[in-house]
Design a protein around this ligand. Sequence first.
Ligand SMILES: O=C(O)C1=C[C@@H](OP(=O)(O)O)[C@@H](O)[C@H](O)C1
Ligand SMILES: C=C(OP(=O)(O)O)C(=O)O
Length: 452
Amino acid sequence: MPVSRYSKPEFNPYGDDAPITVDEHWVAPRATAPLDATLSLPGSKSLTNRELVLSALASGPSVLRAPLHSRDTDLMIEALRSLGTTVSPVEGTGEYGADLEITPAEELIGSTTIDCGLAGTVMRFLPPVAALALGPTTFDGDEGARRRPMATTITSLRALGVDIGDDGRAALPFTVHGFGRVAGGSLTIDASASSQFVSGLLLSAARFDDGLELRHSGARLPSQPHIDMTIAALRARGVDAESGDDGSWSVRAGAIAGAEVAIEPDLSNAAPFLAAAVVTGGRVTITGWPESTTQVGADLADILPLFGATVERDGDRLTVTGGDTVRGISIDLSTGGELAPAIVAIAALAAEPSEITGIGHIRHHETDRLAALATEINNLGGAVVELPDGLAITPQPLHGGLWSSYADHRMATAGAIIGLVTDGVLIEDIATTAKTLPQFPELWRGMLAGGL
Ligand SMILES: O=C(O)C1=C[C@@H](OP(=O)(O)O)[C@@H](O)[C@H](O)C1
Ligand SMILES: C=C(OP(=O)(O)O)C(=O)O
């Protein structure tokens, strides 16, 4: 049965003047016509947090232009400050807050506790930095963070000679007893649960005595583009860093240069906005789309046409126009697992079934995203079945109801996509979008009003 898309709702329980919240839940704005909006988005979480770490480990000061300011980047900044790095806001060159000047510590000092929140980049990128510091650094985070896999970070640092006390649990909280240097050398790890285990080691490896020859041995390696982003960020700062053909990487010991770095807009956070064009049969333009990038969000330009959308580039503007119907897709999303919630939301609103695979590892993201997406879509009348490494989605006419976010920014935005074309969807904890996009509610409403 075709899914009704942008028809005026026959019955909108909240009326034309829908309130912003009901019982503290966010009323997902309902599109009543195809969208036509132009938006610019804040900076990339993955680029900002890599550049913060590299700036803290660099041989001189750095400036980050148009960085992201969000919960994950604030946690990274606070953590680096507590290790002795100076991070100062300076007048912003972007629309979304201050630029950042970073002066590395003469010597990184532990004797601190780092709050990782729910940020994978903080919990996986900073233990190697703490190993280069003097003194103990304890890592902890949100309740949900204590469920995220950390064993590979812990065992790899131990294999490099770092003393880590973890009460044998291989999860947060644990303490890195840094003594100012890490030997480095050769190491084989299993990064099948997260590419961040690889990126975390590579980011600090130029500061290890012998650099690092790293190899992945495991069933699969998710999110390869994020590892490529790490290598590119290292090379841009003069580090001799390379990817081998077969899940191996090398970083030679040497200085990490201070740098002035312009942070690109977050293309993964573009996913819900571009998805909005697809599901309403409308048009959404994102400005500042980089000519070339290591961000996996760039793949949206290839993925969204599979649903029947059209993608056009005009200079730094990327425009997605939805087709007459939303087609079903079959896709292996192992390289871009963080795009999955938005892709699954579109699939749930399509006219045909879809199968999204290669994303078993997203069970270890902010929440078990396969279970969460299936549960929430099915609560609204959907028919989503969990596969070992993905989801099979048979679109059904959906109805309103409460959409739980599980402290997961991308679950909240996936619910907003569904709420665009489904009457009466309430999003629990929209504020959780502050993890990477604190402006989400305003930008989303702005999009409905035409954007910029
Ligand atoms: O290195 C990074 O910045 C990231 C790597 C990926 O992690 P996984 O490999 O755990 O999926 C991605 O999903 C996450 O949002 C950000
Ligand atoms: C998986 C994600 O985040 P994290 O960096 O916390 O792993 C994400 O943003 O989709």
